[in-house]
Design a binder for this molecule. Structure first.
Ligand code: PEP
Length: 250
């Protein structure tokens, strides 16, 4: 049975001081979430402060992105080698990276493999656009994003891999998918793709739903057997609501 995980993607929000305060607020509530693993993903510049703020607690830290090379002439980028020691997880392939920064499946795959090489746990995000859903391609595209994101990882130690289904039309829109739609994709094409790659080990990979998750809808998602938690954007910017979501996901 996969772990239950609730990860907060702070995106490009919080100054250094705000990040520290938010992390301290989360930390102060960390005893109330049962066995649910909570992960904070602040902007890269605040990783160190957030790590310090939650140290000694059960709260984990993740980055929001990284390059695949260890070092080099890549102005503005953060490498996997730089993240080692600062965080345990790294979000890869978020739809904002795909759509606003042109990240391709091939680049995301390089990042996923780089994460495994460095002992970082990738949270691989996949999700279809509204157009893709309306044209009946959601299942096929979800299978493709999973297969290409994880290409070449069979035989590697994939321990720690997390896959997040985040339909693009549900992110930041207040229009969450229904639990049935999420479960159809997650327990269907995503899990099938993972099985075809990893066999029975696929059953241990936590699958998170993301897209307008809040205190009011998390329990319905978490009640689906193929959904093992959530990747939360907007509602993770407030310690109480984030930790209430974590509690309700358990
Ligand atoms: C996200 O950015 O990963 C996300 C799911 O955002 P929101 O919860 O705000 O829709």
């Amino acid at each position: 049975m996969p772990a239950t995980i609730v990860a907060g993607n702070w995106k490009m929000n919080t100054t250094l001081e705000e990040a520290r305060e938010l992390a301290e607020g989360v930390r102060s509530l960390a005893d109330n979430t049962g066995g649910v693993e909570t992960i904070l993903c602040p902007p890269a510049i605040s990783l160190s402060a957030v790590k310090e703020a939650v140290s000694g607690s059960t709260v984990k830290v993740g980055a929001q992105n990284m390059h695949w090379e260890d070092s080099g002439a890549f102005t503005g980028e953060v490498s996997p080698a730089m993240l080692v020691g600062l965080c345990e997880y790294v979000i890869l392939g978020h739809s904002e990276r795909r759509q606003l920064f042109g990240e391709t499946d091939a680049q995301i795959n390089q990042k996923v493999k780089a994460a495994f090489r460095h002992g970082l746990k990738p949270i691989l995000c996949v999700g279809e656009t509204l157009e893709e859903r309306e044209s009946g391609q959601a299942r096929e595209i979800m299978a493709r994003q999973v297969m290409s994101g994880l290409d070449g990882t069979v035989g590697l130690d994939i321990n720690g891999l997390v896959v997040a289904y985040e339909p693009v039309w549900a992110i930041g829109t207040g229009q969450a998918a229904t639990p049935d739609i999420a479960a159809e994709i997650m327990g269907g094409s995503i899990l099938e793709a993972l099985h075809s790659l990893f066999g029975p080990d696929a059953d241990d990979i936590p699958l998170l739903y993301g897209g307008s998750v809040n205190v009011g809808n998390i329990a319905d998602f978490a009640s689906q057997s193929c959904i093992h938690g959530a990747l939360v954007g907007g509602a993770s910017l407030q310690a109480e609501s984030f930790m209430e979501i974590a509690r309700l996901a358990g």
